[in-house]
Design a binder for this molecule. Structure first.
Ligand code: GRF
Length: 207
């Protein structure tokens, strides 16, 4: 089967993007190829990593579009079409996409969220987990639908919350799991092994 062409959308550090890139490089049989790293912020640190790896990069500065989400999404879509992307991975992409954009990529766009959804949607998940006193926290990969952090869950990883955790120590423990489950999720999606049934995602056997 031909490798699926993947665009990764970032806004900042890009450590999940780097984990996806490395996973694809490390295994000749990885079913996906990263063909574009696209940022809405020219200063996103992850762009330098991608460029150094020889991956095409592009920037659509969301600042230029203000509140005109449709025009911003159209500019993003133009870059995705140019790169002939078949799958989108959101990786710390901090801009909400229009419902129309999400619908047009339905089943082909995934995200990683630093919490065990449906708990702690939105921002500041680690601080909120500490404040609530949960004993387990973690991360979730999911399909992207128009509602924020709401699409069908693909994989999750849980980590313990320790008594002496700070936001930083907890974030680091979760991030290590993000870097494990996001490449695994992309591998499953690109190999056509994910079946969505309502809100549930079934993983079909390999081969
Ligand atoms: C990660 O924690 C990710 O789960 C969240 O934003 C953060 C991005 O980090 N969506 P990075 O840019 O991948 O390093």
């Amino acid at each position: 089967m031909a490798k699926k062409r993947v665009a990764i959308l970032i806004s900042g550090r890009g450590s999940n993007m780097a984990a996806l890139v490395k996973a694809a490089q490390a295994d000749a049989d990885f079913p996906a190829r990263i063909v574009l790293v696209l940022s809405n912020r020219p200063e996103a640190a992850g762009l330098a990593f991608a460029a150094a790896e020889g991956i095409p990069i592009a920037v659509v500065p969301s600042k230029l579009y203000g509140k005109d989400r449709a025009a911003f999404d159209a500019a993003m879509q133009a870059e995705l079409v140019k790169a002939r992307a078949e799958i989108i991975c959101l990786a710390g992409f901090m801009r909400l996409l229009t419902p129309e954009f999400c619908e047009s990529w339905s089943g082909r766009m995934i995200n990683i969220h630093p919490a065990l959804l449906p708990s702690f949607k939105g921002l500041d998940t680690h601080a909120r987990a500490l404040e609530e006193g949960v004993k387990f926290h973690g991360c979730t990969t999911h399909f992207v639908t128009p509602g924020m952090d709401e699409g069908p869950i693909i994989l999750q990883a849980a980590v313990p919350v320790l008594d002496d955790d700070t936001e930083e120590t907890l974030a680091a423990r979760v991030l290590a799991e993000e870097h494990r489950i996001y490449p695994e999720t992309l591998r499953l999606l690109a190999a056509d092994r994910l079946v969505v049934e309502g809100r549930r995602v079934r993983i079909t056997p390999a081969g």
